[in-house]
Write a protein that binds this ligand. Sequence first.
Ligand code: SF4
Length: 341
Amino acid sequence: MHRACVPSSVHGDGRFLLRRRDLVPAYLRAHDEGRLRDKVDEALSHLGPSCRACPRACKGVDRLANELGVCKIGRQARVASAFAHFGEEDVLRGWRGSGTIFFSWCNLRCVFCQNFAVSQQPSGAELDARGLARLMIDLQQRGCHNINFVTPEHVAPQIVEALPHAIAMGLRLPLVYNTSGYDSLETLKVMDGLVDVYMPDFKLWDEEASRTYLAATNYPQVVREVIAEMHRQVGELKADEDGLALRGVLVRHLVMPGRLEDTRHITGWLARLSPDTYVNLMDQYYPAWKAKTNPRFTDINRRVSSREMMEAEQHARDAGLWRLDERWRQVSEVEMLVARL
Ligand code: SF4
């Protein structure tokens, strides 16, 4: 049932099919080839004596000594929640859910953040490398199809540190790096050969808007470099016989009210990177956090209209993108319930 309905945007003419039996998760290969230990050391060296784990490069902040920078996270990652997620794309959620680990705090300051309670306010529990590894194993034992790290930019070193423990405990699932795209290129080079699926969110093209809405003027420049690097590492999205993503880049773009020019530029740029880029044009923007209450952000204090979504899709198709994400998998309430037990 799950196999029969895989749309052509996922497999294409077979070019994007990767047989499950041929998959060796990237981090297992790195481990077997003896490259993982060096990667752990290098990743942790980004935390101090002056953190450069993300593009903020907080000068003088030594996270190895538990000091806090813009992201408010010290030596250990904090996890807000972990569960089988059925709200993700069909290529990730499958029928048993995406094994999602939501990290607390963030290195961006999006005024419209829908997860502000965990990204901009104290939340979650500190976990060391073994604790994080145990969480991955728990999600694997529940039957999840992958491990999906949400908001990993500021804790990428801690994720890498947890991998040898998770491998020793038996982790076999593909890893999904689910990011705002505001990552450091240095960190991404450490992740090269560890991540199976990159899922960056390309939010805005305009620098002034990025300053106003994300508190990161250089966001568009950073995210372009980051997605190009991700594409170099893992290429276009590939999925198994059941349409489950195993390797590649899946780009999300949250269409914003009144910002269709950003969408036009972003989809045009993605098509130039590769017309086979798999893209989810997301329609779920709603005003949250400061966008809902602060008069400075009146421009984005509304939902996106259906007309704007049609225009966004047209921009993507005009640019030459054709692998646009859609809902196609039927997942029953019973299946979701069982996965959440
Ligand atoms: S990860 Fe946090 S402390 Fe490190 S540079 Fe980024 S915002 Fe600053």
